[in-house]
Design a protein around this ligand. Sequence first.
Ligand code: SF4
Length: 461
Amino acid sequence: MVENRHKITVGFVPLGCPKNVVDSERMLAEIAQAGFAITTEPDNADVVVVNTCGFIAPAEAESLGAIRHAVDCKRTGAVKKVVVAGCLSEKLGTELARRVEGIDAVIGLAQRDNIAQIIRILSHSSRDSDRKTSDGPIMSPPCRATAGPSTGRVPDDRCRLLITPGHWAYLRISEGCDRRCSFCTIPSIRGRFRSKRPELIRAEAEELVAAGAVELNIIAQDTTYYGRDLKASNGLSALVKELDKVAHLAWLRLMYLYPAGIDKTLIETIAESEKAVRYLDIPIQHVSDSILRSMGRPDTKDKLRRLIENVRCAMPDIVLRTTLMVGFPGETDRQFEELINFVRWARFDALGCFRFYPESGTRAAGLPGQVPDEVKQQRLDELMLTQQKIAFAKNEDRIGQTLRCLVDSVERDGLCRARFYGQAPEIDSVCITRDGRARSGHFIDAKVIAAQDYDLVVEQI
Ligand code: SF4
């Protein structure tokens, strides 16, 4: 890969959650700024970067599959070097290089911003792909022999090459997590909770809006914990008020709100906010008091019920999304029934559900009463069917309503996908219309004329 005759091409495989998307966008910007050519064909590139996810077994399997695919492309000569980044690198460290023969570099989360330097080293290390660098893959610190959480600084996420369409973007406000949910590996991968300073977040928001974003989706492992490490009381409320001042920002969406972290002040702030949309993503995981205790979560069913009632009382047009887990060790038929009945009562607008995975290193992995996989799947199917009925009925209730929608895409045949405030990007349903006037990134006012499964069919007015 003689640099001075052709631009080194870099393919990028972005996996994982919105926090990982932000890391991918930062790495892409570093790669572009370093003068490498980013190709949309990662199967045919000088260097491929796989930004991995590793929080549960299926995500780990998907990441390993992507890495193995890149290494296979290397064996055919279509790819010269394979770089692995992200949570699975952080989690496994050198173990990853042992598991997948052929990786050229494994970099930890804190090395994200040095991706271009790593690619430059690799591009100079060998003229042809199958001759390994002298002492095996590059293992850039902190990817130590034994993996461990990166307790480094808070990443500065300004200067990104967006993967999202640009009229909306993610705004990460912190790194890591100080909660200790017994099933979760994230704190052991992403480290202790570290808030980004509010002025840095404001600057990042201004930068994204100046580049065309009208919607910013606030993300973190736990957004409600924001500011605690900065000794700021009501840190998230203060941040919402600060971001309310960002000119030309239309929608501010709060994701990953820890139920026990939502207080009266935050509810009032959102209710009074000009930019914060009436949409809250509140992963509650379960409602059985004994399961919640075993999960290491301070909530109870009554507290969760009161929270939902308080939020709906303060904002009757609020749209609520949640995440649930089925098959947690010890979960009985009666406790699952309790969860189903709560879902019927709460009538969430959107709901995601995971089966429990006994992740190594978590307390829950060692708990007695592990639930058989087929039972977990039955419960997940039953719960999602229950939610489907609710979601479809809620869609029917919206027929005739006028909604302000943000257009995400317009196909050649005029098919337009948009979202009203109650639909988050990438995870929720959409509004569909066939109206040639709509333009991507712009708002339209539209009337709901039909429901189509989880989606709404709208007509521009
Ligand atoms: S709040 Fe719980 S589930 Fe979420 S990242 Fe933190 S430990 Fe994991």
